[in-house]
Design a protein around this ligand. Sequence first.
Ligand code: Q9C
Ligand code: ZN
Length: 343
Amino acid sequence: MKTVYSPDHACHHPRHEISDGALKAAVEIPSRAEMVLAAVKAAGLGEILPPTPLERAFVERIHEPAYIDFLEGVWDETVAAGRTEEEAFPFVWPTPGLRADRVPTHLDGRMGFYSFDAGTPLTNGTFAAAWSSASVAVTAADLIAAGEGSAFALCRPPGHHAMSARYGGYCFFNNAALAAERLAAGGRRVAILDVDYHHGNGTQAIFFERGDVLFVSIHADPDQEYPYFLGHADEIGEGAGEGANLNLPLPLGSDWATWSKALELALASVERAGPDALVISLGLDPYEGDPISQFKLTTDDFSRLGERLAKAGVPTLFVLEGGYAVEALGANCAAVLTAFEGK
Ligand code: Q9C
Ligand code: ZN
């Protein structure tokens, strides 16, 4: 399996994030991607390729032009406002009862307009890193389009929380959605299976009214876990997308016995859709040792996941999402990918 990787992820290097209402050490940090890269090299997974340049017009199929402009310019605005912190955070949002039909001119208004949480630090190099991450995903999708049976997009920052015009959950561009769009644009039917611990609210929202891309997600119950406001079982899609969205929320503390039952339901739904390509939003945060998550998957369970996904028999693109147990990230990622390869 080929891996697509860019060192430009390291341009996004937050020191802090706001988590549980307080300023904490950031967990979505460059060493995550470096650990995963080292592990795929050590495992001999296959060639490691750089991304090809990404066309803005293609990104605009998923993200609003004004949102792309905002992300591209926000750090200059931050500096121009005289701010000297290493990160910038929003703190006010157009919730129901406030107006969302005007984009404010002030930096704090614009940050709030284009985000949905305060937990996602913007830094000097965020746009460069997020753009490179999206490029990695689309380049890897092109490998599948060219006939590869599998590929790994070593994306950082992650993407599945990003909506068409809102960042959040450490995500800026929705890498998996861009990859799925690339494959769907070639006339393929696409399924996305999101195994990150957190619900992929951005990916769901992007495809909610589309019937050509199935979205299935296994995640912690949003009543008890981030992102809190999406990811329930009654969200089944709308219009042409009705029936093309499946959420499988699980209780905190779920282990492989529980999780693998949801996986079987997820794959049964994928099988019914009969896709030409499968995109896995590969969050490694269901791991028992993850510092911000409360599922109990082991490294061996990640091997079981890879083995089971291979049995689906569909060309499969793995897109890296979350996972914050930095020391175990490489082993867990390699477990999925090498088991998929039957190694
Ligand atoms: N106690 C991804 O895994 N913090 N994003 C939640 C709840 C935000 C996770 C804190 C978690 C975002 C891609
Ligand atoms: Zn996650």
